[in-house]
Structure formats: structure tokens, C-alpha cells
Design a protein around this ligand. Structure first.
Ligand code: ATP
Ligand code: LTN
Length: 332
């Protein structure tokens, strides 16, 4: 087995991926393959905690896989797979449901947010979602879980579940850590910068997608909400709109917040917004072109997810077998 530390993460195919997903997650993932053994999934089983259109779900998954690759995840160096192709996720997910407390799940912010937004479908899967996420992570004995800041609570719960299980049965699971980027961990909505940019609220023009066209990106930045001052200065509390734009610009150009502030000192918001738009266009342009090219080759995509599932299954079934044995299941 490889000596490298193990990385695992996943994104829901519940809609098109956003600039927030790119800057908060994918961009970071693409830098890790040399140093780590990386597993990245498309979490279709998580996505059905909200009602999905089947044809749309199939399409979104292939598009998401094409974007993973276009964002720099080379399938030869990373294990890219679809969650439901590895049945061990459902199997360990059930077991961990029995080691996760009602009170713990009730405290999860994502559950509270999503059930408030979708009051007519607060299903049991939405509630127990973090136990399945814990299974995703623990099956691979992951050391690090690269995610945006909103997922920190789920990774912490995963550690608590692993500690509880290990406390009863001995060292079965590695304790994972969240791995959160310094810049870009929480990109906010361009129209309502007090909310996270999120694919489930793309209607108001505050959310940009990785596959958006350059003219749409420029238009969204021109319309981005700012404040009544004129100074480009980072102050997340009092200037959430401008601070978000600084974060996006810094993340796309590699400049620090200070360098960005200095560059636009004395210039109006109009110039700044134009430059942020251009930086995002240039960041996403090659990704969009590459993703569309890959998406046209269905046979290639199929070969990638088949191979990914095979590699992932090997690792996952080893952990599942160990768990079944520990808890007293009889080997089939
Ligand atoms: P949903 O609207 O369904 O909650 P989402 O747009 O938040 O979806 P996820 O699939 O939940 O997207 O997130 C994928 C990954 O991207 C996660 O690691 C998450 O932390 C990260 N991420 C998502 N949105 C942002 C954001 N606005 N800023 C930084 N990281 C983000
Ligand atoms: N809950 C995450 C998606 C997710 C995930 C995972 C992330 C499911 N399983 C395992 C990291 C590791 C989300 O909503 N973004």
C-alpha cells in the first residue's frame, strides 16, 4: 500500500458547480495529487436528500466529472468515482447511523438551513446525511478532508463518530481532519453577500457557475452589490460585498488582500469590479473549454468512473469487512 497520506472529498450533483465550489474546493484539490493519495467522488446518494429530476441528475453527474478533470484532477493521479458505484458507502452508512446520536444530528447547521429552505421535504435521509458522509470519509481511512468552511462541522462529527466506534472496538478508523483553504473558504453571493454562494440559490444572479460564459460573468460582477463608501478595503463585517470581491480577486490572481487593496487604492468600485470580472473570466475560460471538450466524449467519461469505482471499492471493502467483523456480523 502507498505511504502517502489519504485525502477524500465529494461534491453533490444537485446542480451546476459554482465559482464558490471552485475557489473553496476544486482549485485546492488540484494541487494535492503529488503529495497525497486522493479520492474524489460525486455524491449522488447525498444529492437525493433533495428531490432530483432523474434525467437532470444523470446529466449533472457527467458534467461534474468533466469539470473535475478540467479543473486539474487527472484521473490517472486521482481516484474519481461516483458514490453509488461503491456499495460500501450505503453499507457503512447504515452501521454508522447506529453510532450517531439524534442530538448530534439535530445540531447540524446544514440540516437546519436545508430543512428551513425546504419545509415540505424534511426527510430522514436529510437528517442522517452526516452519518453517510462519515462513512464516505472513514471507509478510506482519510487523513484530510479538503472542503469549504461550511463542511467543518460535518468533519468534526465524523471524528466524534470514529472516536466513539474506536472506543468500543479498538482502532478501526483513522481520525480525519478538515483541510480548509486560507483564501476562498467561503465565497459569498454577489447579490446578498451575507449568504454563501450556493448552487441551490442561483436564481438572483448572485451565483456564478464554473461553466458560465465570459459575458455572463462580466455582467454579474458589474451588478455585484457593494456599499456606499468608495474604498477597496477588506472588512467582512462592515463591507461584506467588497470583502467578498477582494477574496475572489485574491484567490484568482494569487495576490494577498493587502496587495489587492494597494492595487485599487484611490480607484472607484467600477474599475475594481471590472478587474475582478476579468480575473474570474481568465481563471474559468480554460476550464470551461476543456470541460466542454471532455463532456463530448462519453466513452472516456465512462472509462474514468468505471476505473475509479474499481479502485475505490478495493479500499472501501477492506474497511467495511473489518467493521462487520468487529460488530459481530457473520462473514457471508
Ligand atoms: P448546496 O447549495 O446544495 O448546499 P453548494 O453550492 O454549497 O450546494 P456543495 O456540493 O455543498 O455545494 O459543496 C461542494 C464543496 O464546495 C464543499 O467542499 C463546500 O464546502 C465547497 N463550497 C461550496 N460553496 C462554497 C462557497 N460559497 N465558498 C467556499 N466553498 C464552497
Ligand atoms: N456534505 C458535503 C458533500 C460530501 C462530502 C463527503 C464532502 C458528502 N460526502 C465526504 C467531503 C467528504 C457537501 O454538502 N458539500
Amino acid at each position: 500500500m502507498s505511504e502517502k497520506k489519504i485525502i477524500l472529498s465529494g461534491i453533490q450533483p444537485s446542480g451546476a458547480m459554482t465559482l464558490g465550489t471552485y475557489l473553496g474546493a476544486l482549485k485546492n484539490w488540484a494541487t494535492l495529487a503529488d503529495e497525497f493519495d486522493c479520492y474524489y467522488m460525486i455524491v449522488d446518494m447525498h444529492a437525493i436528500t433533495a428531490r432530483q429530476n432523474p434525467a437532470e441528475l444523470r446529466k449533472t453527474q457527467l458534467s461534474q466529472l468533466a469539470q473535475y478533470i478540467a479543473c486539474g484532477l487527472d484521473p490517472e493521479q486521482n481516484t474519481l468515482f461516483i458514490q453509488s458505484h461503491v456499495p460500501a458507502h450505503a453499507q457503512l452508512g447504515w452501521v454508522l447511523n447506529c453510532y450517531t446520536m439524534f442530538g448530534e444530528l439535530s445540531r447540524m447547521t446544514q440540516f437546519k438551513d436545508k430543512s428551513a429552505k425546504n419545509a415540505e421535504n424534511i426527510n430522514a435521509g436529510l437528517f442522517t446525511y452526516p452519518a453517510l458522509q462519515a462513512a464516505d470519509i472513514l471507509l478510506y481511512q482519510a487523513d484530510l478532508v479538503p472542503v469549504g468552511a461550511d463542511q467543518k462541522q460535518h468533519v468534526e462529527l465524523t471524528r466524534d463518530i470514529a472516536l466513539r466506534f474506536n472506543g468500543i472496538y479498538g482502532d478501526v478508523f483513522k481520525l480525519p481532519e478538515p483541510y480548509i483553504p486560507k483564501i476562498g473558504a467561503k465565497i459569498m453571493d454577489l447579490q446578498s453577500p451575507e449568504n454563501k454562494m450556493s448552487k441551490s440559490s442561483i436564481a438572483d444572479g448572485g451565483c456564478l457557475l464554473i461553466l458560465d460564459k465570459p459575458e455572463d460573468i462580466m455582467r454579474a460582477f458589474k451588478r455585484a452589490v457593494t456599499d456606499s463608501e468608495t474604498q477597496v478595503r477588506f472588512d467582512a463585517e462592515n463591507k461584506p460585498g467588497i470583502s467578498n470581491l477582494i477574496q475572489i480577486y485574491s484567490s484568482c490572481t494569487g495576490k494577498t488582500f493587502e496587495e489587492t487593496e494597494a492595487e485599487f487604492s484611490g480607484q472607484g468600485y467600477g474599475t475594481f469590479k471590472q478587474s475582478v470580472g476579468e480575473a474570474v473570466v481568465e481563471t474559468l475560460r480554460p476550464i470551461r473549454e476543456e470541460a466542454l471538450k471532455i463532456l463530448a466524449d462519453k466513452a472516456y467519461l465512462e472509462s474514468v468512473y468505471r476505473l475509479g469505482a474499481e479502485k475505490a471499492s478495493r479500499q472501501a471493502s477492506r474497511t467495511l469487512r473489518k467493521v462487520y467483523k468487529k460488530i459481530g456480523f457473520i462473514e457471508a
